[in-house]
Design a protein around this ligand. Sequence first.
Ligand code: FE2
Length: 233
Amino acid sequence: MLSTRALSATRQLARATSSAGAGAVRCKHTVPDLDYDYNELEPVISAKIMQLHHDKHHAAYVAGLNVAEEKMRAAQKANDLAGQVALQPALRFNAGGHVNHTIFWKNLIGEKNGGGQLAECALKSAIEQKYGSLAKLSAQVNAKTATIMGSGWGWLTFDPAKGSLDIITTANQDMAAGVGHVPLLGIDAWEHAYYLDYNNVKADYFKNIWRVINWKDVSQRYDAAVAKHRAAN
Ligand SMILES: [Fe+2]
């Protein structure tokens, strides 16, 4: 019999993919268009990386998610419970890859279009209250993200359990929502995100990416998370 945990994971994936604007789980997923050109983030992230990252890597997660969901529907139709459980890792990995990258593209914008600029807002106040300054926050996020062994993501999140900002990492393509956090800002720490530009000097990628953070987007995610938290408490 399909375990309660496995069923819960399936429902969580459905909610996460839906909340990321990725569409309902029973629909075919598609790679969202970028809001900017491939060279928007240069010199921090090259057009070559953006094109490969968006058109090949993200596309592979979307294709994998669609295949996994199709197989899941077939397994459910056949009442193949063992098959449904066996599909969970592929669903989790590809759904996470799709959701995380969908957030990541929105989190970024070129320096000439306001990248790296955090205006006065509720998020700025919350950052300064908890971390002291944006510079200290970025240093803490970078330090924590650098501890990832292998591939994963560094996140600035809103933790509904604490009602405050938090810094976490997730392994591989695991989602922040998987540990109950609301993702605000994701730093892709996979080699495919930086290696063509930075080779093995990952620290420079972490340091430079703050120049192209779209704080308007991060701030909107924060405001929405706080509003939802207040409505529920
Ligand atoms: Fe990536």
